[in-house]
Write a protein that binds this ligand. Structure first.
Ligand code: F6P
Length: 550
């Protein structure tokens, strides 16, 4: 099957890029003083300003045409209807069912999944309310004050990011900890802060086989039993979030304490499922349901808005524009909100585990760039780390600037000084990246600073800025559960859009298996006394060096 880069629209986009790249954003804004009105979309209290992108109306119409050629809307509808679009695992992709607020049935394998989804939500509500109210007691009759979520990847990043972002809504009497790394430091540092009598362990693992998670889970159980002694106390301090009831009960967790989810929920799309138990305990079930409502609102928008008015589709198409036509291999997530400090790491899995692939749905090697290297840091910290590169680097980095209009925190003069400074930087940085600074502007600035003679000539180039560095500005009223739900679903659907354009199955992750397989062969060699020569000379050299020096 011919790849999308063979299409006439793709070729037109390449030509269009040649036509448009010589027009600066400065000129575009000069030519059309209402450019902002032309290139922004609002959904409830979420605003996407994409006017600072290297686009014209023609760019958008060509990108929309490309989306239609690959039937993005048809694929979207098939996903929502439960078709098995995860073709290599023969699974539906129905994380949207987890947040479905309508009364519509959602059929998977001939069965309406909604009764099961609602049943688990009721169980989460009941359990989270028992823990939060103190009704749920530990083996010595004390209430729970710490929850330790043990999971990795999608069984960690989502709940950890949401709990961090929604701290203003978090319980003051229950502290959440997230342990993911098999590095003993992760679990040890969490346990140092916990008391076995008042700690609830949440073992989060879709498969209940992941090496890091199970290693941490057994060590946590050993730590707990050192104090509790009796296995019968496990049921008061360990619950499981999984699809694998057999392995859960083999671990010693009462099936009654298992919160199930299903194969049609991908790990990196699972925070809306039982994997979100820690969120419900921390912010309360009403807050968790608001998160779901936010996700649902974005789903409805994604399902119904025409492509040119569709926030996730426009974001996805803009990403394709830079990745495939400007050869920009990375994308930055710059949230001007300390609560969103874990958003970039979360989106790294969501995006790069979905679209970091070079084989398409037809088993062919893909001849063009696909998923971007996604990275980021909260503002204003990033300004003191890598904005030099963003402004004057040789690489152009398309970036999403994300910010709430209102803060949860009122500190400094008039209780809003800090947030105003943050807002001013948020706006200024995207303007500076867009405008740049010309040679003459730099000269004038330097002269006004009192520099004289030949110093000026050599100094001016250092102070010039190309500009034309594309950014999206995403503004919302306040970081609430509902708004966060909208933002997360927005990115899920952006990733979906790009996967369809590139003809990628965004829902499997075969690439994560290979390294783990080799690790299983290496592990026993690290306990041997004799020299190993089973591998390549580097691997043998490293193993033997470690064995000699440990
Ligand atoms: O990274 C590989 C992966 O399978 C992810 O897709 C998943 O979120 C993570 O490992 C954890 O898997 P599990 O929830 O089954 O422990």
């Amino acid at each position: 099957m011919s790849q999308i880069n063979q299409s006439s629209t793709w070729k037109s986009l390449h030509q269009h890029k040649k036509d448009i790249e010589s027009i600066s954003l400065r000129e575009m804004f000069h030519k059309d003083p209402n450019r902002f009105n032309q290139f922004h979309i609002q959904l409830n209290d979420l605003l996407l300003d994409y006017s600072k992108h290297r686009i014209s109306k023609e760019t958008i119409s060509l990108l929309v045409k490309l989306a239609k050629e690959v039937d993005v809307e048809g694929w979207r509808d098939r996903m929502f209807l439960g078709e098995k679009i995860n073709s290599t695992e023969h699974r539906s992709v129905l994380h949207t069912a987890l947040r479905n607020q309508s009364n519509a049935s959602i059929i998977c394998d001939g069965e309406d999944v909604m009764p099961k989804v609602k049943g688990v939500l009721r169980k989460i509500r009941r359990f989270s309310e028992e823990v939060r109210s103190g009704q749920w007691k530990g083996f010595t009759g004390k209430t729970i004050t710490s929850i330790v979520n043990i999971g990795i990847g999608g069984s960690d990043l989502g709940p950890a990011m949401v709990c961090q972002a929604l701290k203003p809504y978090g319980s003051k009497s229950i502290t959440p900890y997230f342990v993911s790394n098999v590095d003993g430091a992760d679990l040890s540092q969490a346990l140092e802060k916990c008391d076995p009598e008042t700690t609830l362990f949440i073992i989060a693992s879709k498969t209940f086989t992941t090496q890091e998670t199970m290693t941490n889970a057994f060590s946590a159980r050993d730590w707990f039993l050192k104090t509790a002694k009796d296995n019968q106390h496990i049921k008061k301090h360990f619950v499981a979030l999984s699809t694998n009831q057999h392995l859960v009960s083999e671990f010693g967790i009462d099936p009654e304490n298992m919160f199930e989810f299903w194969d049609w929920v991908g790990g990196r799309y699972s925070l809306w499922s039982a994997i979100g138990l820690s969120i419900a305990i921390y912010i309360g079930m009403d807050g968790f349901e608001d998160l779901l409502k936010g996700g649902f609102e974005m789903d409805e928008h994604f399902k119904t808005a025409p492509i040119e008015q569709n926030i996730p589709m426009i974001m996805g198409l803009l990403g394709v524009w830079y990745i495939n036509f400007f050869d920009c291999p990375t994308h930055a997530i710059l949230a001007y909100d300390q609560g969103l400090s874990k958003l970039a790491p979360y989106l790294q899995q969501a995006d790069m585990e979905s679209n970091g692939k070079f084989i398409n749905r037809d088993g062919e090697h893909i001849d063009f760039h696909t998923g971007p290297v996604l990275w980021g840091e909260v503002g204003t910290n990033g300004q003191h780390a890598f904005y030099q590169l963003l402004h004057q680097g040789s690489e152009i980095v398309p970036a999403d600037f994300i910010m709430p209009i209102e803060s949860h925190y009122h500190i400094g003069k008039d209780g809003n000084e800090h947030h105003k400074i943050l807002l001013s930087n948020f706006i200024a940085q995207t303007q500076a990246l867009m405008l740049g600074k010309t040679y003459d502007e730099a000269r004038l600035e330097i002269e006004n600073q009192g520099y004289e003679g030949e110093d000026i000539e050599s100094f001016i180039p250092q102070k010039t800025f190309e500009g034309n560095r594309p950014t999206s500005s995403i503004l919302f009223q306040k970081l609430t559960p509902k708004t966060l739900g909208q933002i997360i679903a927005m990115y899920e659907h952006k990733i979906f859009t790009q996967g369809i354009i590139w003809n990628i199955n965004s829902f499997d992750q075969w690439g994560v298996e290979y390294g783990k397989q080799i690790a299983k062969q290496v592990l026993p060699k690290l306990s041997e006394k004799t020299l190993t020569n089973n591998f390549d000379s580097s691997t043998n050299g490293l193993i033997n060096y470690i064995n000699k020096n440990k």
